[in-house]
Design a binder for this molecule. Structure first.
Ligand code: SAH
Length: 251
């Protein structure tokens, strides 16, 4: 067995749960879950992963999902700090990778500021591993660059700092997290900036979960297709030549 470090009382481990399939939980994440006193998890963590947590471990759900009232970030950080100060072994479990559009950096900074010892445990992010599982590998010989971006900004609009046109022109493969609500604006801007309307595009819903669904369409038709089908969330938007490989690569 690999000699993993001990999770000591009074420390917090910020742990990635992967995109949903329990098989994509890292050995280090599994190790942490078996030794925690308390697990504070978000709404994205798959049920199969939650089942790995032993019965005697306290579980606190701190959900953050689009469209629902979510606990403010300070509350979550304060809760981690409180449990750590009480001498608990704390695991903060986040869907995918804690450091990909998940405020893991902010939570780690809050711990550092409070003088709490912590460890960062990355996970498989939905936008890379989840897409690969769905038959969409992000790179290939045809793809020299990939961009990961968020479609979530203030007031349900795209973040004003996001250079959609620049990304559209420069990155071969584009992956947008949290982009279902802003999809019409996103696609309109990509097309206007010169991205080929025939570019293969897809929405991957609930990747790495038993009820995963994938909708593919040329870029210019993706919005209409998404409106007609309304796939459940969480879902990713992926645009670029390797979406076309799915036909030959899906399991
Ligand atoms: N930290 C997470 C991302 C959190 S942001 C990660 O690394 O994967 C939340 C967004 O992630 C969702 O809106 C969706 O776009 C994406 N997402 C997370 N899990 C997903 C899944 N199983 N299938 C599809 N998209 C997912």
């Amino acid at each position: 067995m690999i000699p993993f470090p001990d999770i000591t009382p009074g420390t917090v481990w910020l742990v990635g749960a992967g995109p949903g399939d329990p098989g994509l939980v890292t050995l280090l994440a599994h190790h942490a879950l078996q030794r925690a006193d308390v697990v504070i998890h978000d709404a994205l963590v798959g049920d199969g992963v939650l089942e790995m947590i032993p019965e005697n471990v306290e579980r606190i759900a701190m959900g953050k999902r689009a469209g629902r009232t979510s606990p403010v970030q300070e509350t979550i950080s304060a809760l981690m700090i409180e449990h750590a100060k009480a001498g608990k072994r704390v695991v903060r479990l986040k869907g995918g990778d804690p450091f990909v559009f998940a405020r893991g950096a902010e939570e780690a900074l809050a711990l550092a500021e409070a003088g709490i010892a912590f460890r960062l445990v990355p996970g498989v992010t939905a936008g890379i591993g989840g897409l690969a599982l769905a038959g969409i590998p992000l790179t290939s010989k045809e793809v020299p660059s990939v961009a990961l971006a968020t479609g979530h900004g203030p007031d349900g609009k795209l973040d004003p700092r996001l250079d959609v046109e620049g990304l559209g022109r420069s990155a071969s493969m584009l992956v947008f997290y949290m982009a279902i609500e802003t999809l019409p604006e996103l696609i309109a801007r990509l097309l206007k900036s010169g991205r080929d309307p025939e570019t293969p595009a897809a929405i991957v819903s609930r990747a790495a979960l038993a009820d995963q669904q994938v909708l593919t369409a040329p870029l210019s038709a993706l919005c209409a297709a998404a409106g007609a089908t309304k796939l459940p969330t969480p879902a990713l938007v992926v645009i670029g030549p390797n979406v076309a490989l799915r036909g030959r690569l899906q399991p």
